[in-house]
Design a protein around this ligand. Structure first.
Ligand SMILES: Nc1ncnc2c1ncn2[C@@H]1O[C@H](COP(=O)(O)OP(=O)(O)OP(=O)(O)O)[C@@H](O)[C@H]1O
Ligand SMILES: [Mg+2]
Length: 347
């Protein structure tokens, strides 16, 4: 048992060299036995010739061991170069890559796979750093606004309308609260935390949630019956509210909410009659913290996390969320696989 373990702790070079030498030794022993057992022993019969034969065999075994060791050292050189480089790479130097061997062999594949992994790790860390910096920036703004508000109020205690000040402080607090709620949701989604999935009637869920909203514009409901999805109620509710918040914020007068089947998909569509999103910005708005000029100018108060969260939720459900063509305004379409299609797909 101990020797077996020790064998596995030997380097590859040592193991291959030992096996090759052992095979050569066996061959030599076998050849010697064959010669001795021959019915008419040839001219090697003398003890001197036998000793020469044994010495030759030993030389052959030594040459095999040395040759194998040298060859293995050369062969494994790229592996040593890769592991040597990997041990020097730190989070701050993730831009570095392991050297690619010149031959197109398995070691080159290993080096390429290692570099691709490093590339993905670098991209993930850069995303996290950008996210942390954007988050700090967005947290700092309402905090700075609150501080200024309080300092000014305290400087002019007599003239301050404390009710108005409290109202403005509450606005900033609300922004902070929304941002922190969004950040929590993002970390939950990024961590892959999965809630309970149920078979849900999409139209019933959307209808109920719209009833609880205070409509700021006219909301038209167009629901087909029997549109079922396999989903997480809290997630889908969140997706709906994020889209509705945007639609109501940007609509001129009307938002149309549709739930229906389209082909194999259960579809939730939210269509407003606002200014819409320029074609070239259709994907940009799904990036974290992205807010278009229009929203920034109007200071609509958002943080640019609503759509990325909504899309991540749709994708968690095996679906999609896109902004699609419309004659005017913005038309967001969330598609989910129908439970029947899901079952057929997993068969
Ligand atoms: N219905 C819409 N019409 C026009 N522009 C939109 C619409 N929905 C989103 N946008 C644009 O996309 C940007 C990103 O939307 P998103 O929901 O991610 O963030 P937000 O609404 O600004 O903030 P948050 O949702 O975090 O409160 C918005 O700032 C706005 O510029
Ligand atoms: Mg939003």
């Amino acid at each position: 048992m101990i020797s077996f373990r020790a064998w596995h702790h030997c380097s590859v070079k040592t193991r291959v060299t030992t096996v090759a030498s052992a095979v050569m030794a066996l061959l030599c022993v076998f050849a010697t036995l064959l010669l001795l057992a021959a019915p008419q022993p040839p001219r090697y019969d003398s003890s001197a010739a036998l000793a020469g034969f044994v010495a030759g065999s030993l030389l052959l075994i030594a040459a095999t061991a040395l040759g194998t060791y040298w060859m293995m050292s050369k062969t494994l050189q790229p592996v040593r170069a890769i592991s040597g480089k990997l041990t020097t790479i730190r989070p701050s130097s993730l831009g570095e890559r392991v050297p690619l061997p010149s031959h197109d062999d398995e070691f080159k594949e290993l080096a390429q796979a290692t570099n691709q992994t490093l590339e993905r790790a670098q991209a993930a860390i850069q995303d996290q750093l950008r996210f942390a910096s954007d988050t700090s920036h967005d947290l700092r703004n309402p905090l700075a606004a609150m501080r200024t508000e309080i300092e000014e109020a305290l400087m002019r205690r007599e003239e301050t309308d404390w009710e108005e000040t409290a109202g403005r402080l509450l606005d900033s607090l609300e922004r902070l609260q929304d941002l922190v709620t969004n950040l929590l949701e993002i970390s939950r989604l990024d961590a892959g935390a999965v809630g309970q999935y149920d078979l849900l009637n999409l139209a019933v869920l959307v209808d109920g949630e719209l009833d609880h909203r205070q409509d700021k514009v006219r909301v038209v409901r167009r629901f087909s019956s029997g549109v079922m999805v396999h989903g997480e109620r809290i997630g889908l509710t969140r997706l709906l509210h994020n889209l509705m918040d945007n639609a109501e914020r940007h609509a001129r007068s009307t938002v149309i909410v549709t739930v229906e089947h389209r082909g194999d998909a259960a579809v939730l569509e939210i269509y407003d009659d606002g200014s819409g999103v320029p074609y070239e910005q259709r994907e940009v708005i799904f990036e974290r913290f992205a807010r278009l000029q229009d929203a920034l100018v109007k200071d609509t108060g958002g943080s640019g996390l609503g759509l990325p969260i909504a899309r991540q939720i749709a994708e968690e459900h095996g679906g999609t969320l896109t902004l699609e063509d419309s004659p005017s305004g913005a038309r967001f379409v969330a598609r989910f696989p129908r439970p029947a299609a899901l079952a057929a797909g997993s068969r």
